[in-house]
Design a protein around this ligand. Structure first.
Ligand code: G16
Length: 546
């Protein structure tokens, strides 16, 4: 293939600051001339020496994935990379990309996804760099990328025909080799080393556990079919919405009770499945459902930690657990009983990387439907489903029984998140600033039956490298352990999204069966009284409640 490198003069864009997880913008923003190229060159410039290095490349298949892959391949070749491993069709789930980076010890990887955000021509697109441990680049790196993007004036790209990324095999572009790989095989193989596939498969064959996995027309379809239907022998059709589509079939690939409506209807129907799960755009999130039963992500993490001895890959014990700050404290109680440490990090999977690398934590989780372990350095939706299936195959009990028995032992952490999406940025900023200015005066104050024990803007000092991340969300902690947390999302692409997280612990089994919205109502009232949420947001209710 003919090959010539061109140096293109460009001007910086001022808005290429990565958020909670990479750069996410509307497709229309990414399609501006030089926009994608500037950001990719900023990544390469930050890496400095790319000569002869190997990169993993793939995405969740959303609109613009294929075009972006062609641009990145040509830029990688022009910047001296020796090899790029690409998922066939340009597809790689986020956990599979992390798996490949680790397995083939590459310099890193570029993942194209806007995760749970909608896709299509008018939807969102995203790009993120993962480092050689397979995890998202830490803040120092993303900060340097952003700084570079503010001063960039030239990028390099090969002038060449488009590369065939659909057929597995090797091709070359100048001195660079492009290896198109089956996106599923290595990841599926890794799963067999962690879970008892025979036991799960035998249990599925008894017919006592009918499962339904909703891939939401996003990346997990091919993975879920290979693992659940082909390897484990679940009935054909157990994976629904299995075909990855560029616009996710017009849906919102966010696995929660609102956006996975079809699955929720099935699980609540007579003769519906006994176990349901959904994944997001890029396959790193999960939602777990039992028959007419929803497991909150925070409870899911706690249950996995408490039952890790059922699973071969974790039978030798957990080094520790970690959760993001807004995630409920349910897993802390399990850690205490196990005599291991529970780490509290800011929101963003990147903060777990150091803990996993240093062997301080084995399982990690977030309230935002993310759970994972030290097997890769990303959260992993299908891994969480397999973990649950392994526990079910050992316990041979319904999901609801496992969770309610868990509550009886540890107490129930009632939990709910209220999101106000696409709020005007200055309104959201005003609410945050007003709240921030009150925190120092709050400890000792009472609101009805509740007294504030501490109030702060969460600051995290990484126990491994000592780096400090400030202003990670306002915490109001009450003397009974209840909490209200407020933070601005770092993944939205329209205005500002405000998130309010509410949590209350209930030790009495007789009081553990309330609707969380009812159980948490006193905390909603405190938040409204103190923050005037309705007035400040201009909304009379949240856009999404999970
Ligand atoms: C990303 C991050 C998660 C975070 C989530 C929500 O997930 O990796 O750590 O919890 O965003 O972040 P925010 O509350 O700032 O919107 P994903 O699945 O979108 O990559």
């Amino acid at each position: 293939m003919s090959f010539k490198v061109e140096k293109i003069n460009t001007q910086p864009f001022s808005d290429q600051k990565p958020g909670t997880s990479g750069l996410r913008k509307k497709v229309t923003v990414f399609k501006q001339p030089h926009y994608l190229e500037n950001f990719v060159q900023s990544i390469f410039d930050t890496l400095k020496d790319c000569n002869g290095q190997t990169l993993v490349l793939g995405g969740d298949g959303r609109y613009y994935n294929r075009q972006a892959i062609q641009v990145i391949l040509k830029m990688a070749a022009a910047n001296g990379f020796g090899r790029v491993i690409v998922g066939a069709g340009g597809l790689l789930s986020t956990p599979a990309a992390s798996c490949l980076i680790r397995k083939y010890q590459t310099l890193g990887g570029i993942i194209l996804s806007a995760s749970h955000n909608p896709g299509g021509e008018n939807g969102d697109f995203g790009i993120k760099y993962n480092i050689n441990n397979g995890g998202p680049a830490p803040e120092q790196f993303t900060g340097a990328m952003y700084a570079r993007s503010r001063e960039i004036d030239v990028y390099q790209i090969a002038v060449a025909d488009d590369i065939d990324i659909d057929r597995p095999g090797e091709t070359s572009l100048g001195d660079m080799t492009i290896e198109v790989m089956d996106p599923v095989a290595d990841y599926a193989e890794l799963m067999t080393t962690l879970f008892d596939f025979d036991r799960i498969s035998d249990y599925l064959k008894t017919g006592s556990l009918k499962i339904c996995i909703d891939a939401m027309h996003a990346i997990t379809g091919p993975y879920a079919r290979a693992i659940f239907e082909q390897s484990l022998g679940a009935a054909a059709g157990s994976v629904i919405r299995a075909e990855p589509l560029e616009d996710f079939g017009g849906g919102h690939p966010d696995p929660n009770l609102v956006y996975a409506k079809e699955l929720v209807e099935l699980i609540y129907a007579d003769n519906g499945p006994d176990f349901g799960a959904a994944s997001d755009g890029d396959g790193d999130r999960n939602m777990i459902l039992g028959k007419r039963f929803y497991v909150t992500p925070s409870d899911s993490l706690a249950v996995l930690a408490a039952n890790a001895d059922c699973v071969p890959g974790y039978r030798d014990g957990l080094a520790g657990v970690a959760r993001s700050m807004p995630t409920s404290q349910a897993v802390d109680r399990v850690a205490e009983k196990l005599g291991i440490k529970s780490y509290e990090t800011p929101t963003g999977w990147k903060f777990f990387g150091n803990l996993l690398d240093a062997g301080k934590a084995t399982l990690c989780g977030e309230e935002s439907f993310g759970t994972g372990s030290n097997h890769v350095r990303e959260k992993d939706g299908l891994w969480a489903v397999l973990f649950w299936l392994n526990i079910l195959a050992v316990k041979q009990k319904p999901v609801a029984d496992i969770v309610t028995e868990h509550w009886q032992t540890y107490g129930r952490n009632y939990y709910s998140r209220h999101d106000y999406e696409a709020v005007e940025s200055d309104r959201a900023e005003r609410l945050m600033q007003q709240l921030r200015s009150t925190v120092t005066g709050l400890p000792g104050k009472t609101f009805g039956d509740y007294q504030i024990e501490y109030a702060d803007d969460f600051s995290y000092t990484d126990p491994v490298d000592g780096s400090v991340s400030e202003q990670q969300g306002i915490r109001l902690g009450f003397t009974d352990g209840s909490r209200i947390i407020v933070r601005q999302s770092g993944t939205g692409t329209e205005g500002a999204t405000l998130r309010f997280y509410y949590e209350r612990h209930e030790a009495d089994p007789a009081k553990q069966n309330l609707d969380p919205q009812q159980a948490l109502a006193p905390l909603f009232e405190i938040a409204e009284a103190h923050m005037q949420i309705q007035e400040n947001t201009g909304r009379d209710r949240p856009s999404v409640i999970t």
